[in-house]
Ligand binder design. Structure first.
Ligand code: SAH
Ligand code: SF4
Length: 349
């Protein structure tokens, strides 16, 4: 069955053509799916009844469905989404005063194997398609605001759910190009952040994209030995290569590269690490997000104390490196960074 979600406007026009329909029917489909977020042909009242029936028989918008929603005390919602083949992915909605953030997945599981991350424990099940990636955003917006209702304020999108975006590069970029289109989902690239564990060749490809969101690098270590121990990808792309690609990354005016740093007690949180981090980022217009480690029973890691995180941050700030401590969101429903593993668990249901 052909799925329409994930197709560009041009592709939808072609599909309409194969059904003997003029180009504007393809445009109407595009607008209905991406702008008004309608998944059911029957609700596309601008299409003639006969065409709706034919579409029903021939194609479908998406196979992604919401299996379950977990609500946190802090307003965060975690979505367990069923994909066409029975696999599950997760997305997280985080309300904020001025703007909401949706955190989405790009793979079911992940092959990178970071020791502090629950997704790693799943291993890689499979890549998600562009359509599956976009479906998360549309389903979340429909749940939060109602079908077809414009979000009252802008939406930030972060590729920080399950999976490594740069190991599913083409589908991720296709999804971004479609979502950035003003006639459709219309989330501007400057409102989108892609996070990577440091796949160097793809960082260089990303740098050359004409529609190019912000980039966040998950660093979490200041020496090769230390980083390799917790992020095995460092063996393939060691710090020097990674930092070289970061130094060459073409930033827009006033744009900064974000470096994420998961704070792990006794592993990467010493004040010597903080000083090394400043040196590593020297010459890069950077900001650092310090992420308190979110626990899970399966993970052996110890989170740094808040006192230690604050002392670490102080060193960065004193040396003019903007740094922020990420507030954990939705920890009570296993929705915080690194807790996504498509499981039913968690207390607050
Ligand atoms: N695969 C991508 C994006 C997903 S993870 C990447 O690794 O960048 C998003 C962020 O959460 C990463 O910076 C990652 O280092 C961090 N993270 C993973 N597990 C975590 C945990 N248990 N607690 C806090 N942060 C975690
Ligand atoms: Fe994969 Fe990112 Fe988790 Fe590492 S932190 S295992 S790259 S999802």
């Amino acid at each position: 069955m052909t799925l329409l979600l994930g197709k560009t406007e041009e592709e939808l026009i072609n599909i309409a053509g194969t059904l003997g329909e003029p180009a504007y029917r393809g445009r109407q489909l595009y607008q209905a799916i991406y702008d008004r977020r309608i998944f059911d042909f029957e609700a596309m009242s601008e299409l003639p009844a006969s065409l709706r029936t034919r579409l029903h028989g021939a194609v479908s918008v998406t196979q992604t469905v919401v299996n379950r929603i977990f609500h946190s005390n802090d307003g965060t919602r975690r979505y367990l989404l069923g994909l066409g083949d029975g696999r599950e992915a997760e997305a997280v909605f985080m309300p904020e005063e001025r703007r909401d953030t949706i955190c989405i997945s790009c793979q079911v599981g992940c092959a990178v194997g970071c020791t502090f991350c629950m997704t790693a424990q799943l291993g890689l099940k499979r890549n998600m398609t562009a359509g599956e990636i976009i479906s998360q955003v549309l389903l979340v917006l429909n749940d939060v605001y109602g079908a077809g209702i414009k979000p009252p304020h802008g939406t930030n999108l972060v590729f920080m759910g399950m999976g490594e975006s740069f190991l599913n590069y083409d589908e991720v970029m296709t999804s971004i190009r479609i979502m950035a289109d003003e006639n459709g989902v219309s989330i501007a690239p400057r409102r989108i952040t892609v996070s990577t564990s440091g796949i160097v060749p793809r960082i260089r490809d990303f740098a050359r994209e004409s529609i190019r969101p912000h980039l966040a690098i998950s660093l979490s270590g200041t020496t090769d030995e230390q980083r390799t121990a917790i992020m095995p990808i460092n063996r393939k792309y060691p710090l020097e290569e990674l930092m070289q690609a970061c130094r060459e990354f073409p930033l827009e005016e006033r744009e900064r590269l974000t470096f994420e740093y998961v704070m792990l007690a006794g592993i990467n949180d010493s004040l010597a690490d903080a000083k090394r981090l400043v040196r590593l980022l020297n010459g890069i217009r950077a900001k650092v997000n310090l992420i308190p480690h979110n626990p899970a029973p399966e993970l052996a890691c110890q989170a740094s104390s808040m006192e230690q995180i604050l002392s670490f941050q102080k060193i960065l700030v004193e040396r003019d490196l903007p740094s922020f401590i990420r507030r954990p969101r939705g920890q009570d429903i296993s929705a915080a960074c690194g807790q996504l593993a498509a499981r039913q668990s968690a207390g607050a249901l």
